[in-house]
Design a protein around this ligand. Structure first.
Ligand code: SF4
Length: 242
């Protein structure tokens, strides 16, 4: 069994606690309008690495001394598009004493997803929007699985960080932000919320791939609106919001 890995980051600091080895899996079924990694979408596109779980672990272990207070994060793309590889890799990481995190959109909520979660110490769950109709237009999928995923994480008491991209005119409205903050306040497994400002740095990739950019003309989020959103969330939640 081999996994298709778009790229690796050996000293990641933004995908979970501490210094992390981050494996970006190739393939994603979502088509988020704001995605800055459209090159990870196609599961069959050329990749930097095609390796077994054991080979990927061997790569991780070269950096083990740096990962003591951090760990390994599986990101993407959508790691759950390669569930067997993911499960085996996470299991091996655990056997090697490494902290594991799974960064996912929650769009794939299956028995294998539940098995993968047994070997994930932390889940970084992306919530795109709570608005059903916007979610469909914005990602190509309903939000049903994302909600089921969050509910399941709550049910099993899995430590979870929520990630939410603030896009001007789309998700960055006070009404939508308040609704999301209130919604999250009932989930006591949520340990942290990260509000990610929309930026336009990935647009060149759309040009390279010959794909029209869905958010053409939408400006990057201002620092002022980012701080406003953080403040608003902190009024509803008693966990770190950044
Ligand atoms: S889930 Fe992530 S990788 Fe997939 S389209 Fe959305 S932002 Fe891009």
């Amino acid at each position: 069994m081999t996994g298709r890995i778009h790229s690796l980051e050996t000293f990641g600091t933004v995908d979970g606690p501490g210094i992390r080895f981050v494996a970006f899996f190739q393939g994603c079924p979502m088509r988020c309008a704001f995605c800055h990694n459209p090159d990870t979408w196609n599961p069959d596109a050329p990749v930097q690495y095609e390796m077994t779980p054991e080979e990927l672990l061997a790569e991780v272990l070269r950096y083990k001394s740096f990962l003591k207070k951090g760990g390994v994060t599986c990101s993407g793309g959508e790691p759950l598009m390669q569930p067997d590889f993911l499960i085996q890799f996470l299991r091996l990481c655990h056997e090697a004493g490494l902290h594991t995190a799974l960064d996912t959109s929650g769009v794939i909520f299956s028995e294998k997803a539940r098995q993968a979660l047994e070997h994930a110490d932390l889940v970084l769950l992306d919530i795109k929007t709570l608005d059903d109709s916007l979610h469909k237009d914005y990602t190509g999928h309903t939000r049903q699985n994302n909600q089921a995923f969050l509910d399941y994480l709550h049910q099993i008491g899995k430590p979870t960080w929520i990630r939410h991209v603030l896009v001007p005119h789309y998700t960055d409205t006070d009404q939508r932000l308040t609704a999301l903050a209130q919604h999250l306040s009932i989930y006591n497994n949520v340990e942290r919320v990260e509000l990610l400002p929309y930026h336009t740095m990935g647009t060149y990739k759309y040009q390279e791939l010959g794909i029209p950019y869905p958010l053409e003309g939408i400006p990057a989020l201002s620092a002022e609106r980012h701080l406003h959103a953080i403040d608003l969330f902190r009024r509803h939640l008693h966990v770190p919001v950044v």
